[in-house]
Ligand binder design. Structure first.
Ligand SMILES: [Zn+2]
Length: 452
């Protein structure tokens, strides 16, 4: 390198003082009774609000590589219809590229249906779908607004990260004589890590706490009709009340096959929330590593093929008097798609990588990803701390690993009925996802270590 160019580059290198961050939030609690998502057993709209739902956004500018916005929502998951519209408007209004925007959902099961996701889970009474469509339209506006709010709030900041542990997630794929069912599998894979990112103002005041965990946000079960953010919402609320002025943003990780244990009472939701908040609070008091340097991002769409399904399978679902309303609605949707000449054979799938200098990479996967993906990604990229988020950018169904797909059960088969997808994925889904992972990781400078 010529000396002049070398010194010119040095002069242009960002200093820590160039780091900026901004925070915003918007209340996304439905304005009245609304159909709640997550459990097919629900038979009427929400009854009350136990805890408000929020969209919280953090904008980060490390001084090099552009501005990043991370949005956490106390919702079950965003459909492509909402996420794509939000991203298009964020680009148009604020110049935020798709790879610089991360939309994550906490996967609470005591929030509204986010239309049209999981709509075929329910036989909705007349008028309920209109309320859900109106909520989704309003939500889209709110998410664009919260992104703009965080960007408008950018100010000098310091950012640091660390990791803790929480033990209440358990693998829920219980092997039985009749196959895998949703239960408890204490010997199944888990990842109990709790990543924490602390964002403080230049004078040391806490502005935001990003924290994450891999566990279904389902302490509260189908008989609960009060709106809440479940354990993640309680953890956010506790962190915010203990740190006045700070916004706590929860990111859901690869929780597809992870459940909180024990579960099914509001007290347990608060207890798990407290365990998580206390651990985050502890990590905040440790010496955390600074997060600075060039921001690199990459975003890729891949396609995940479903295994072929015969038309006669759906016709049989319609004829069978024992078929659930969800199975009937799925069959009708699939037959209509075939008849229109556009059968559903695959789903688009988003994969994103966000890397801060050489300090930390955040990999964000769409859908309800099982923990095998998180563990494999960490095995493949051992060099630098890695956070593997799921429920990111769009949720279209569960994403089973090859192992889970072969074993069967809810995460491999049954969920696709509720998501209105044709049926299980074709073999090879895990490697197709990882091809996209390798691509985005390479784009942010993370080469796959040579195979041993
Ligand atoms: Zn789920």
């Amino acid at each position: 390198m010529r000396p002049f160019l070398f010194f010119a580059l040095l002069a242009a290198a960002p200093s820590f003082a160039a780091v900026r961050a901004g925070v915003a939030r918007v209340d996304i609690t439905p304005s009245g009774p609304i159909w709640m998502s997550g459990y097919a057993s629900r038979n009427h709209p929400s009854e009350s609000v136990r805890q408000h739902l929020w969209a919280r956004a953090v904008a980060i500018d490390t001084g090099s590589g552009g501005r990043l916005v991370i949005v956490g929502t106390d919702l079950i998951g965003l459909p492509f219809e909402v996420a794509n519209e939000v991203a298009a408007r964020a680009r148009q209004k604020f110049g935020i590229e798709r790879s610089h925007l991360l939309l994550n959902s906490s996967h609470t099961h005591t929030g509204p249906v986010v239309w049209p996701n999981l709509a075929s889970m329910f036989a909705l009474p007349p008028g309920e779908d209109q309320k859900l469509k109106a909520y989704a339209a309003h939500l889209t506006d709110d998410l664009v607004a919260v992104i703009g709010g965080a960007l408008a709030d950018l100010r000098p900041a310091t950012i640091a990260f660390g990791f803790g542990q929480a033990g209440f997630a358990i693998n829920r794929r219980e092997p039985t004589a009749n196959g895998v069912r949703i239960g408890l599998n204490p010997s199944g894979p888990v990842d109990h890590e709790v990543p924490v990112i602390r964002i403080a103002s230049a004078d040391g005041h806490l502005l935001a706490i990003l924290f994450a965990y891999a566990c279904h946000n389902t302490t509260l079960t189908g008989e609960f009709y009060q709106i809440s953010g479940d354990y993640a919402g309680f953890a956010e609320a506790e962190l915010e009340s203990k740190n006045p002025g700070a916004t706590a943003v929860y990111l859901q990780l690869c929780a597809g096959d992870q459940n909180p244990n024990p579960r099914s009472t509001p007290e347990l939701a608060e207890q798990h929330g407290h365990e998580l908040a206390a651990e985050v609070g502890r990590v905040l008091t440790t010496s955390m590593k600074p997060l600075a340097g060039r921001l690199r991002t990459a975003y890729a769409m891949t396609t995940l093929p479903f295994a072929p399904v015969e038309r006669s399978t759906y016709e049989a679902d319609l004829r069978n008097p024992k078929s659930s309303p969800a199975a009937r609605q799925r069959a009708q949707k699939m037959l209509a798609a075939v008849d229109s000449g556009h059968p559903i054979r695959d789903t688009p799938y988003p994969v994103q990588a966000i890397r801060f200098g050489n300090a930390l990479t955040l990999l964000a996967l769409g859908g309800e990803v099982v923990v095998d993906y998180d563990l494999r990604a960490k095995r493949e990229y051992p060099g630098e701390p890695l956070i593997v988020a799921a429920y990111s950018n769009a949720v279209m169904c569960y994403i089973p690993s090859e192992r889970v797909l072969k074993e069967g059960g809810y995460e491999a088969v049954d969920n696709l009925i509720y998501y209105g997808q044709p049926g299980p994925f074709a073999p090879g889904v895990e490697n197709t996802v990882f091809e996209a992972v390798h691509k985005v990781m390479k784009e942010v400078g993370q080469a796959l270590p040579p195979a041993r």
